[in-house]
Design a binder for this molecule. Structure first.
Ligand code: ADP
Ligand code: ZN
Length: 420
């Protein structure tokens, strides 16, 4: 679809959504307060007249205060974990489930996946959208889907070998863990497995990490982005160019704002991603504050798709750590670590005492030759590189490969035990 038609469709869907949300007391009250009528939305730029929706709004309206249809029309419930208190509950109508699958099918095709592929979904099934939604998307393409879930690496490997898995869906942390597992078993994925592609998402990771996963597993890694509030995975996905994530703009209106002021940032600048779902029945959300940091790539993509792209998410606006007065993003630390060849794949950021930062990081399996002086030298080198990037010097603790904990779902990289 050309940009003009795409934007016209966006506007139509946005207006329909606003109209529909007049029936939801939460939004109705907000429209009343600002005197807004659905007819006032004359262009997509008028989206700025609409209220924001936050994670707190979802929690306060738990379980079904933001539902826009009757309960009878709901066929699916998903929740987003969060770390404390009540989860965020998201409802899907039959058409919503089908649309979500459709968007993922598009994403799969965009990376060259066809019905001849065997898709092993290593994400957990259940309330988390990453399992079920990807499953539906892959079935829609016609892949043979192996719903392995996160199970043990032995079992994953057996399924891959016996059924010729070509595509996997994993978190970056599990991809590394599995690569280490293969290395220990002496299995060369390039020669002994049929793997070709990995869809990697659910948590932020750097370009360096992508390259490391690609090298370790012998696959093409495509970045997959989504959040439960907007269907789950399939909001934005990379095409074969692997140069930013196309956002399905016929389903989502994206904005990038300054998280402190709520005002839009300039073209191409980094800020908080705000998404409005304009093709949802059961629970559309207006201007949802994702807290994810990114920027829009305004230039058209070489692949020819007209849906604009986002740069990879660099973290969440609430991820920022303040260490000794300096703003530090965990992604900066990851970028440095992953660029050092002797460094392995798992790391942990520990904040303790008054304001002490320790970066615990695994050595690559082959890096340690038993000479303690070399280890100290490397430790200093890593600390120095981190200081140059962060402007504060953390303590670096090199540990044996495979000794840091691996979680089944999303990795927990920061442990903050400061007594500030
Ligand atoms: P939770 O909020 O409990 O983690 P979700 O499963 O809804 O539950 O997670 C969505 C969030 O996961 C996103 O808002 C984003 O922070 C993160 N995320 C998902 N995919 C990616 C990705 N490809 N890159 C960076 N972060 C991602
Ligand atoms: Zn493209």
């Amino acid at each position: 679809m050309d940009r003009g038609s795409l934007e016209a469709l966006q506007l139509k869907r946005l207006r329909d959504t606003v109209q529909k949300l007049e029936r939801v007391p939460f939004y109705h009250a907000k429209f009343e307060k600002s005197g807004l009528k659905p007819e006032d939305i004359k262009s997509t730029a008028d989206i700025r007249r609409l209220p924001f929706t936050t994670a707190a709004d979802l929690r306060e309206n738990y379980p079904d205060g933001l539902l826009a249809v009757s309960r009878d029309e709901v066929v699916r419930l998903h929740t987003s974990s969060g770390t404390t208190g009540k989860p965020k509950a998201l409802f899907f109508s039959r058409r919503d489930v089908d649309t979500a699958a459709e968007l993922l099918a598009r994403a799969f095709c965009m990376t060259g996946v066809t019905r001849r592929d065997v898709f092993q979904n290593m994400m957990s099934y259940g309330l988390f959208t990453g399992g079920l939604m990807m499953h539906y998307g892959a079935e829609k393409v016609g892949c043979m889907v192996i719903p392995s879930g996160p199970g043990t690496s032995e079992r994953q490997l057996m399924l891959m070998q016996d059924f010729g898995t070509t595509v996997v869906h994993v978190t970056p942390s599990y991809a590394f863990y599995f690569a280490d597992f293969l290395e220990k078993k002496g299995i060369d994925p390039r020669r002994q497995l049929a793997l070709r592609k990995a869809f990697v998402g659910a948590e932020p990771y750097t370009e360096e990490t992508r390259r490391k996963i690609e090298a370790a597993l012998g696959v093409d890694v495509y970045n997959s982005y989504g959040l439960t509030e907007m269907n789950g995975p399939g909001v934005a996905f990379e095409c074969e160019g692997k140069c930013g994530l196309h956002v399905w703009e016929d389903n989502f209106v994206m904005e990038i704002i300054n998280p402190a002021t709520g005002e839009p940032v300039g073209d191409g600048q980094t800020g908080e991603l705000v998404l409005t779902s304009i093709n949802r029945e059961a629970m559309p959300l207006l201007r949802y504050r994702t807290r994810d940091l990114s920027s829009i790539i305004p230039e058209p993509c070489a692949c020819g798709r007209t849906h604009r792209r986002l740069h990879r998410i660099t973290g969440r606006s609430d991820d920022m750590l303040i260490v000794r007065g300096v703003n530090v993003f965990p992604q900066q630390i990851e970028r440095v670590l992953m660029s050092i060849p002797q460094i392995g794949r798992n790391y942990l950021i520990l904040l303790e005492g008054l304001d002490d930062m320790t970066v615990k990081v695994e050595l690559s399996p082959s890096a340690f030759d038993g000479q303690v002086e070399r280890l100290e030298e490397l430790q200093n080198q890593v600390a120095e590189k981190l200081r140059a990037e962060l402007w504060v010097r953390p303590k670096v603790d090199l540990v044996a490969s495979g000794s840091l904990p691996v979680t089944e779902g999303k990795a927990k990289r920061v442990i903050d035990k400061r007594s500030l």
